[in-house]
Design a binder for this molecule. Structure first.
Ligand code: ZN
Length: 233
């Protein structure tokens, strides 16, 4: 089975539709979404509708939770807070109900999917370093855990093996962000995992940033949220 794993769409409809069209051409059996469908971008309801249609397996992200419960934004910077408040105001009842239905973590027999960390899914911890990854390995039982949240694509192995994914090691794989990459590369980012070949492929692709950025400005969202799309920050 070939699984596409997407994360951190952040209401960026242009990036999401581009990712879905790549996925449609990539012989994919199943799409999993690692949360943060909304927040920052200008099309939260449209993105929720697409995710609902294409990703029966989706977990909750901190920006999804914040759009439902603004008290969570006390941990956010001013731009994220402003975006969460805007999103909270424009979400339809249907969108809200969908976000409320999302679980924090999904496990199947081989793979774990969570937005932030398997150790404390509801605390929204970040995993950036080998040390932060190391404390998380005991908290899932499958060989691989897929995460998002940092918007930085990274692969951590439990036994520090190098090169392609191996059957005799365990991994935490961050697939990066569809709608707001932060690794200095503005191209959308996601992963494809082949369970038969036991192989991971990282996908990068350009999308129409001009349209997404223009909508952010027209919506009255902070200008910096449009600007950062071009910089991949
Ligand atoms: Zn995010």
């Amino acid at each position: 089975m070939r699984i596409a794993i997407i994360s951190d769409v952040h209401a960026n409809l242009e990036a999401l539709t581009q990712a879905i069209s790549i996925i449609n051409r990539s012989n994919i059996d199943r799409i999993v979404c690692l949360g943060d469908i909304v927040g920052y971008g200008a099309n939260p309801n449209e993105c929720i509708e697409i995710i609902q249609r294409h990703c029966p397996e989706t977990v909750l992200g901190n920006h999804d939770a914040a759009a439902l419960d603004l008290s969570i934004t006390r941990y956010f910077n001013e731009y994220a807070r402003e975006a969460a408040e805007w999103t909270h105001d424009v979400l339809t009842q249907k969108s809200r109900e969908y976000l409320e239905s999302l679980p924090l973590i999904i496990n199947d027999h081989e793979l774990t999917f969570v937005h932030a960390s398997p150790r404390r899914p509801a605390e929204w911890d970040y995993i950036f370093s080998n040390l932060e990854a190391k404390v998380n390995f005991p908290f899932f039982t499958t060989p691989i855990c897929f995460i998002g949240h940092s918007h930085v694509p990274q692969i951590f192995s439990e036994h520090r093996s190098h090169g392609p994914i191996r059957r005799d090691d365990r991994y935490i794989i961050n697939v990066g962000s569809i709608g707001q990459p932060r690794d200095g590369n503005p191209d959308l980012s996601f992963g494809i995992f082949d369970t038969k070949e036991w192989a991971y492929e990282h996908i990068r692709a350009p999308y129409n940033i001009d349209v997404a950025a223009k909508k952010i400005i027209q919506a009255g969202l902070p200008y910096v949220l449009a600007e950062r799309l071009y910089e991949g920050t």
